[in-house]
Design a protein around this ligand. Sequence first.
Ligand SMILES: C[S@@+](CC[C@H](N)C(=O)[O-])C[C@H]1O[C@@H](n2cnc3c(N)ncnc32)[C@H](O)[C@@H]1O
Length: 281
Amino acid sequence: MERNARITLLARMNSQRQKASLAALATPHGRYGIDGGWNAVAQLVGVAAAALLLLFLAFRNLRSGPMLLFLPELLGGLALLQVPLNFFYSTLRGKFVVWAELLEGLSLRGDERVLELGCGRGAILAMLGKLLPEGRAVGIDLWRTEDQSGNSLESARANLEAEGVADRCELHTGDMRTLPFPDASFDLVVSSLAIHNIPEAKGRKQALEEAVRVLKPGGRLLIADLFRTEEYVAWLREANMAGVIRRPFDWRFWYGVLRVTPRLVTAEKPKDGQGSMVPQN
Ligand SMILES: C[S@@+](CC[C@H](N)C(=O)[O-])C[C@H]1O[C@@H](n2cnc3c(N)ncnc32)[C@H](O)[C@@H]1O
């Protein structure tokens, strides 16, 4: 085979292998519940009912009513209907695909210690476990069912077993504002849809302070969250974290809010050991 043809074939095989491993990582084998809990489901059912009513009115007007109302009713109905559809897609599928891509993109060696703040039933923690054959994926949570349906230590443990990664993962019951881990003990800290659940700014800032504290110099931080991510950027910069970036997600992680708020915030703790919100003397 000609050299160029062989290179093309190898590149294609490589990309197919990468796609297959990404798809495997993004395919859950456990049961991960609904983000926002049953309260969110109840609200979304209300939104879906309002959307269907508007669409019904639009089509009734199209046939026999005032045409003036048709377009606003149609557009209003479609805008409302995308909220539950996109929310359920994001929570049941999009979150897994987006996080699989994010974690693959980190090119982990496989022996790192990684912490997830607010791991819930373990969707992201289990993926981390799969990427860390020689490492450790540690999750901490308060298991609040109002933030994720069916949330509990037992459900997280059962999922880690179902994914075949229980031996590489650790679960801790605790508050991310006061982490029970030593300084500089993790190579990577991640958090998905969790920090915004802390109601006061002071508490959210404490959670970030703790994330920075437990990161090793050179360690990386990845936060995906729905609201208030601009504060995270300001606090992380204040804490001398390097390369603080905030970017939007695509439609797979919009949770129905039409790209208004969900954002990814990434940062790195400088190798010189700086990166603390506690004033340095
Ligand atoms: C929407 S769930 C997301 C769970 C998981 N990260 C995921 O993406 O599937 C938010 C999680 O944050 C947890 N949580 C909320 N406040 C917390 C706190 N102060 N400390 C630890 N966990 C917290 C909740 O118990 C819940 O499991």
